[in-house]
Ligand binder design. Structure first.
Ligand code: P6P
Length: 338
């Protein structure tokens, strides 16, 4: 493949396809540069005094890793002065971050999980940054949390950067999914895959099996059928994977298919799920849809959900279209039977 940089890909999306305005292109280049810096910090490991936990908790009540805080600060500092953003929201911050008055205000809202999967940091397993971009609603005076309460279908860009054996940025601006691998010698992201497609069928599912006794019946039914293998109703054997890092699990699904589930379970019945809608499920859901897959909460399309709060959680079932549709059908059958 001819070596096309992320910058050239975005310029072509702007100039040739008229797909993205210049401001959005510049914003995405800033996010990519921030991911490069996060990758450098992550890759230092114990050599960089960035490992281990900070003595703080985030809004989710989770103990923050030092790298969670570093990644959050890198994204804030890289983006606040550029003039493309009205505000940012992060898993690591209770409320939205308004662009300081000393900088020009822009029209975009940037949401991110600065370092997802951080329980894997200390054991050297892939982690990543997830980001989502929307436009601030027209005409709304100033900017507030209410401006972020838009369904995921309103995203104008979404992606993640996985810090694994390679550092790879995966991006959609609504024209399919492209993957860019970081060339450390050049210091630039190089296009290595485009028009990424998820096979509609799969033999691989991803779920944390230790929660089996807490699942709703439709999820249990689906997983039991997978475990029954070729002798069971599915007539084929399945494989299971669970990295406990959504970025790594979704990257595998974009690369070779599969289905990822973090469903509601009865451990915390009032919570719709563990994962967050604005900066995990929405960006990953759009990427998967753009690659021909599907993403639901078991009842309906994730990207159709209008959030009511910044850190809203959601049940997530995404990946190979035929499998997601099967699991969703089991949920709808169970509801109809009530
Ligand atoms: P569990 C990471 O903490 C995360 O938010 C996702 O990246 C991942 O898929 C999930 O939680 C793992 O959760 O309960 O298996 O540790």
């Amino acid at each position: 493949m001819k070596r096309i940089s992320l910058t050239r890909y975005l310029v072509e999306q702007q100039r040739v396809d008229g797909h993205i305005p210049g401001d959005l292109r510049l914003l995405l280049e800033v996010v990519a540069r921030a991911c490069k810096r996060i990758s450098q910090a992550v890759n230092k490991g114990d050599l960089g005094e960035v490992m281990g936990t900070a003595d703080t908790e985030n809004v989710q009540g989770e103990v923050q890793k030092k790298l969670d805080i570093i990644a959050n600060e890198v994204l804030i500092e890289a983006n606040e002065w550029g003039g493309h953003l009205a505000a940012m929201a992060s898993e690591e911050m209770d409320s939205i971050y308004l662009v300081p008055n000393r900088y020009p205000q822009g029209e975009y809202l940037l949401m991110f999980d600065p370092l997802d999967g951080s329980s894997n940091i200390d054991v050297n397993v892939s982690i990543g940054t997830i980001f989502s971009v929307m436009k601030k609603p027209e005409g709304s005076p100033g900017v507030s949390e209410a401006d972020f309460m838009q369904p995921g279908s309103q995203q104008v860009a979404a992606g993640y950067c996985v810090y694994g054996p390679q550092t790879t940025l995966v991006l959609t601006v609504g024209d399919g999914v492209a993957m860019f691998t970081l060339d450390r010698e050049q210091g630039s992201f190089v296009l290595t895959k485009e028009n990424v497609t998820i096979p509609a069928d799969t033999k691989e599912f991803a779920i944390n099996m230790s929660n089996m006794r807490h699942w709703a019946p439709p999820v249990k039914r689906y997983v039991d059928e997978c475990l029954a293998g070729k002798e069971g109703p599915r007539g084929k054997d399945f494989n299971m994977r669970w990295v406990a890092s959504m970025v790594a699990d979704v990257h595998r699904i974009l690369t070779r298919g599969g289905v990822f589930m973090y469903p509601w379970d009865k451990r915390d019945p009032d919570k719709p799920g563990k994962l967050r809608l604005l900066y995990e499920a929405n960006p990953m859901g759009w990427l998967v849809e753009q690659a021909g897959g599907a993403a639901t909460n078991g009842h309906g399309r994730i990207l159709d959900i209008t959030p009511t709060k910044l850190h809203e959680r959601v049940s997530v079932i995404l990946g190979s279209k035929n499998e997601v549709e099967r699991i969703t059908a089991y949920h709808l059958e169970a509801e109809a039977a009530k």
